[in-house]
Design a protein around this ligand. Sequence first.
Ligand SMILES: NC(=O)c1ccc[n+]([C@@H]2O[C@H](COP(=O)([O-])OP(=O)(O)OC[C@H]3O[C@@H](n4cnc5c(N)ncnc54)[C@H](OP(=O)(O)O)[C@@H]3O)[C@@H](O)[C@H]2O)c1
Length: 214
Amino acid sequence: MKVGILGSGDVAKSLGGGFVKHGHQVMLGTRDVAKLKDFVGQHKGAQTGSFAEAAKFGELVVLAVKGTVALDALKAAGAANLAGKPVIDATNPIADAPPSNGVLKFFTNLDQSLMERLQAALPDAHFVKAFNSVGNAAMVNPQFPGGKPTMFICGNDDKAKATVGGICDQFGWETADMGKAEAARAIEPLCMLWCIPGFIQNDWFHAFKLLRRQ
Ligand SMILES: NC(=O)c1ccc[n+]([C@@H]2O[C@H](COP(=O)([O-])OP(=O)(O)OC[C@H]3O[C@@H](n4cnc5c(N)ncnc54)[C@H](OP(=O)(O)O)[C@@H]3O)[C@@H](O)[C@H]2O)c1
């Protein structure tokens, strides 16, 4: 698959590396391609471009920018370049404020998630929340003694969720589909929970698992 990744940070690079590893074609989008010189050197075939070029390139697009600027990055990517495409939304609405006793502050509330805002602003893109509640070091084929961790996803378009579910499968996750975009109100705060052991105990390698009846 051709994958356009909006971002140049740790998430963009970890997921970008994962897509390359699994044989996908990748373009990372950024305002400054110089930031990705090392990444391109280390990942044969990976390309870089602007946000708009990466969005246009991707049959699947990944949004991996700072939550406060997610809408700006999507505007720069261009609504037309995202229309009809699955867009993995890995962002979190983390406010520009320090955590309280290890608990991050969000700029959203429990009645509206960041992904719902993004979906409302770009109604023709098919947003799927995923990869937001695990650290980048464990995003691609993580090995845990307890087996495969669970990737909680949600979004309004079933076909887009099936595409993202296929990627989660490739990246070594079991997928738990929590339903429509509103479920991001519950999935985004998992990031807060995930980060607490990091801030309190400096433990940044763990993941969630949903235990089911069968
Ligand atoms: N770090 C993790 O392990 C982790 C795990 C799960 C989810 N997340 C979420 O994933 C997202 C990316 O996290 P990250 O740690 O990789 O990187 P980050 O530092 O949160 O974001 C870096 C990206 O934000 C973009 N950006 C910053 N200001 C911008 C602006 N004014 N306009 C447009 N773009 C701007 C940068 O674009 P340029 O390339 O142009 O500089 C860069 O690509 C965040 O929402 C984070 O909450 C992070």
